[in-house]
Design a protein around this ligand. Sequence first.
Ligand code: ADQ
Length: 505
Amino acid sequence: MEDSADSLSAKGAKRLVVVSNRLPFKKIRQKGKVKWVRSAGGLVTALDPVLRKTGGVWLGWGGDTPRQVHNRKVNFYDAGEAKSPGFEGNYVIGEIPLSEGEIRNYYRGFANSVIWPLFHYFFEKCDINADQWKSYKEVNHIFAKAIVDFAGPDDLIWLQDYHLLLVPEYVHRMRPDLKTHLFIHIPFPHHEILSVLPWHVEIMAGVTYAASVGFHDKQYLANFLISVQRAGIGKTDRSNSLIRFGEDRICRLYAHGISIDFDHFNAVSRSDEARKHTHRLRKRCAGKKMVLGVDRLDYSKGIKERLYAIEHCLEEHPELLEKVVFYQIAVPSRQNVKEYRAIRSDIESLIGRINGRFSTTAWTPIHYFFRTVPFAQLVATYRAADVGLVTPLRDGMNLVAKEYVASHSDEDGVLILSRFAGAARELKTGALLVNPYSAEEISNALYRALTMSPKDRRHRMRRMRRVVEKNDIDNWLTACWSSFHGENTSIHKKKQIPNTVGAGL
Ligand code: ADQ
């Protein structure tokens, strides 16, 4: 694989280099053999199809945690190679080795026990710790070094998310000829929240070394600008969403909400495999209405609050007993972080209690699955569900809401959506918006969804499908790529993903 690594460093190549904490595939060792297994999560759902179309490189951590890393060299893998069974993209993945201690302090520690809860407004869950901050800086430096060691000045280096906020500065200091772009997939909080973090000024300064910074929502961008201003970093130009640093450096900000490959979800929902699975699920429901929740198992997704709302709804509307089934599919996530183990056990005991309370010999209200579901089955399950219940307490965007809509090629189904998800801005014309902290509001929306007329359901679903089809992943990409060099492209203008990353990017 050395050859691939060398050919990657060819100067002048127009190549997309995506960099994220995790690779889209997780490295598993079975009986001494290496296998790559696809990971689930919003970032992978959004960016894997992009790299499949454009080709390029995805750099990140592969999931291995040796006690010590003796060699920092990035390991490159090509799809289809004997060395990489299970990995089937048409791009190259570059695995950045990280040790157990680094993952504990930088990833489980600072990224997931400080930035994640703080940026989602759960500051009481933040475990602010100077050692973890030190590790975050060191690992960001490792990522920056991996980039500068092989990237050429014409590469489009696209950093992803909150794990890598200092990488723009570190890359710039080592190689000022390289430009980096950053997209932040989680909310960017109000300054009052951000300033809880003792190192927020250093973080903001680090981010603004990126040539562009993207957000899902205008509000996140506005929050970011206020924090930059308060920290006295550069010269902010609010009307053009820019931060200027003298004559030679500009950081552009833009807001474009991420999306999904609508056509793919739509087509798969009509495929024979998905139809059969939808049919099987409907048969299993035996005439009962089906309500579905699909989430990474994370406290920010509001699963616990949703379960209380389901209980409230069954109490308030006994006529629903034995008439409705709730499916909750949760993909395992960050199981090594204390908060995540706690939320899993809370959810499982809550489901046990609710089922114990309401079940009859013929009916169990909540069906719970703690696993990753294959794509066609997931689409079929969305399609089978009469109601999609998407109630995060706070979410940058939330792709599940869009996937539910795109999978309803039958134009039926009702989406109940948290008003604190980025997706609410786009889907508000068709979804029933709720406050995810209010069991009563969710319960009322559930009752309304379950008793809604077919005409109203269709009308609302059509409206949402039009929005998701128009603002799909191609559209997001085009908008991001235009923003990289300051073009003002409307997100509503549909364009195709170019096959290669074009000149000028
Ligand atoms: P996530 O927090 O991971 O993403 P989300 O956008 O909902 O949240 O994406 C979850 C993805 O995981 C979806 O594509 C879904 O299909 C998949 N998934 C969930 N459960 C699954 C299961 N059991 N089996 C298989 N797949 C499953 C972060 C931010 C979001 C933002 C995305 C993209 O937190 O706000 O929308 O990045 O920017």
